[in-house]
Design a protein around this ligand. Sequence first.
Ligand SMILES: Nc1ncnc2c1ncn2[C@@H]1O[C@H](COP(=O)(O)OP(=O)(O)OP(=O)(O)O)[C@@H](O)[C@H]1O
Length: 483
Amino acid sequence: MASLLWGGDAGAAESERLNSHFSNLSHPRKNLRGVKSTTVRNIDGSINNIKEDEEDDVVDLAANSLLNKLIRQSLVESSHRVEVLQKDPSSPLYSVKTFEELRLKEELLKGIYAMGFNRPSKIQEMALPMMLAHPPQNLIAQSQSGTGKTAAFVLAMLSRVNALELFPQCLCLAPTYELALQTGRVVEQMGKFCVDVQVMYAIRGNRIPRGTDITKQIIIGTPGTVLDWCFKLKLIDLTKIRVFVLDEADVMIDTQGFSDHSIRIQRALPSECQMLLFSATFEDSVWHFAERIIPDPNVIKLRKEELTLNNIRQYYVLCEHRKDKYQALCNIYGSITIGQAIIFCQTRRNAKWLTVEMIQDGHQVSLLSGELTVEQRASIIQRFRDGKEKVLITTNVCARGIDVKQVTIVVNFDLPVKQGEEPDYETYLHRIGRTGRFGKKGLAFNMIEVDKLPSLMKIQDHFNSSIKQLNAEDMDEIEKIDY
Ligand SMILES: Nc1ncnc2c1ncn2[C@@H]1O[C@H](COP(=O)(O)OP(=O)(O)OP(=O)(O)O)[C@@H](O)[C@H]1O
């Protein structure tokens, strides 16, 4: 039966190879038209050979997710209410304000406190009692990145493991090799005092001979390799799994083949196995997938705070060409005191050109674009966060990923457009918008070539918010801008 299943899925390992997470992370998907190599001097004076790409950087969900994890220093608190949909609406709804209320094993509680967690996060307050209930309950949970989902399901896995039984009992699927490792690190940290509990990674490159007796209790892996380990190599007996976690479901369904692999794995689990699914977003596609894979679930949602343009003053400067845009930028830069600014370009080529121009003019800037590895990107964002550079020039790659609260000025050196010059409203909002909660004022400048003016006007209409024209030659006018 198992081999038949496998035979029907001849492409699991292959599709994982093709998805090639590692290279995806280092080089987000791109159209390689017009690629050539140029030498660029980095801010620190070192020399880098960077490919010159005429095309946009494409947002890579898995890379962004990892980037967020690498640069995040603490919990992202949300003021939004948690919505709960119980499988059995008549059963009482529990929430906990302390970890003690969960009656965890002593060593686990010690691990949690050693990580510096004092009390459950908002989503954990509701999710943990459900996840730790007897009999085990299935759960679908959605809340934005950084709100404590990973810590929650790691806690559930660690609390259900029987350290004396030496076989895989908990199985967690993650979309990429690197994300699996990140989750594994949390298991290792939180389970620091659970000395007999061990983790193993079912990821590409971790070659285990067929029929090996795996004694580790928690397996974290990517769907293709896990499928291999279960059906082809017979390393994991799925009928003995007690907790099945599907993490980053939104990223998972974005990767070809992964939904099918996950469903195939889930089908072979025993009915009493607890099934948990987590996602940062809840579009229809994620929801349909979640419903297919998690039977009789409880559902917890923490709404993401909406972005708004209300507190942002928006201007545009009409320019003839790129040099003209640069001049306008310099005039603005020279006339108002800028704390920190992010400048967005549509292509890597433009971003690189602008970086070189600004450095030559003596500005302290750094360049963040998709050709850098995730670790390099994380380090650049961290330096910017720490105020080591005042200006960050970037492409779309980090438009959605980063939250640098001290930035009050955003410059669209190029307007975000989709193919066919249709404005990209969502990206515009993500670049400039703020959540209402922080309520901070902000300034946005759009450098617009004449032929892009209709697109800008569409953006103005779409958001029903005014974008004023600014004469970048008129220093008095610029100096009057107060923010
Ligand atoms: N109860 C808590 N108290 C303090 N810090 C916490 C708590 N829970 C989680 N954290 C910390 O908050 C950060 C975000 O948590 P976590 O990674 O679990 O969020 P997430 O929702 O899984 O994010 P992502 O969607 O990116 O995976 C981590 O640094 C984690 O150590």
